[in-house]
Design a protein around this ligand. Structure first.
Ligand SMILES: [Zn+2]
Length: 276
């Protein structure tokens, strides 16, 4: 009788496993996620060890402080996926060989997929710089919007994004100016989110800064690369920085992508004062 109960339990377990796999295509990768996060959590548990200094040169003693919490994200980086469907992106971010991920993926119908705990480091920004911050992945949350790069973002998708941004801003006290795009932190390498992205209306809701050029007079001494640098752009390649700036702040000027008109300079001057 006991043998029978054991067999029955085994059969039930197998059935449950097969059922969950059939109904959740990500059951396998969810399991991998749990295993990986468990390993990371385990690495946090021991008292501080003496990895950094050679104890023969300088002895180091482990004395655990009682006052600490987790490091928290301070930037939000917005992307478009440049893929053809949400499903395609979920697949890309659950294949180990792609080496790319994001914390959130938002589909066109407004569905939000949370793919990584906000406290963990997603592989979304790549080689990037904003102001003097490098390794943006370590300090940011990455949000991917399902969009192929040459189409508008549906209202349903933006509504979900705004709700998510609102929660993130509140939970982590992220400064208004720190909601930026992938193109902003990687000029010359990335151009997302595209000029279709509604940065102006997002700024009106408290996510990112915007400008007001009414009565703005650009001074004679104005230095455009310096102004771009003040905002945060990496100006190592000035033309690439101008391009990123224009995708974000002058999306309507689709022709003169790498040049600054008199109006652009007004925008840039006004923004540089707001970011200061
Ligand atoms: Zn991107």
């Amino acid at each position: 009788m006991r043998v029978f109960a054991g067999q029955l339990l085994f059969v039930i377990t197998i059935c449950a496993f097969v059922y969950s796999c059939a109904h959740n295509p990500y059951a396998k990768t969810n399991k991998k996620y749990k295993k990986q996060s468990k390993q990371l959590a385990k690495s946090l548990r021991p008292l501080p060890n003496q990895l950094l200094l050679d104890s023969a040169i300088m002895p180091v003693y482990a004395v655990g402080t009682t006052n600490f919490d987790l490091r928290k994200p301070n930037f939000v980086i917005i992307h478009h996926t440049a893929q053809n469907s949400c499903e395609q992106t979920l697949k890309t971010f659950t294949l180990e060989r792609t080496k790319v991920s994001a914390h959130y993926v938002i589909c066109k119908d407004g569905t939000i997929h949370h793919m990584l705990n906000d406290y963990l480091r997603a592989w979304q920004a790549g080689i990037s710089k904003w102001g003097n911050f490098t390794d943006i992945n370590s300090s940011s949350i990455g949000i991917e919007l399902d969009n192929n790069g040459s189409e508008p973002f549906p209202e349903t998708q933006i509504t979900s994004l705004v709700k998510l941004l609102d929660t993130l801003k509140r939970n982590y006290s992220i400064p208004t100016a720190n909601f930026i795009g992938h193109a902003d932190v990687a000029p010359g390498r990335k151009n997302d989110p595209s000029a279709f992205f509604p940065w102006q209306s997002l700024a009106q809701r408290g996510f990112g800064l915007w400008y007001d050029t009414t009565a703005v007079v650009v001074p004679e001494y104005f230095n455009a690369p310096q102004a771009l640098r003040i905002i945060g752009y990496n100006v190592k390649d000035t033309l690439a920085a101008i391009h990123s700036f224009k995708i974000h702040f002058v999306p309507q000027d689709t022709l003169a992508k790498r040049t600054l008109t008199a109006d652009d300079k007004k925008i840039l001057f006004d923004l540089s004062r707001r970011y200061q």
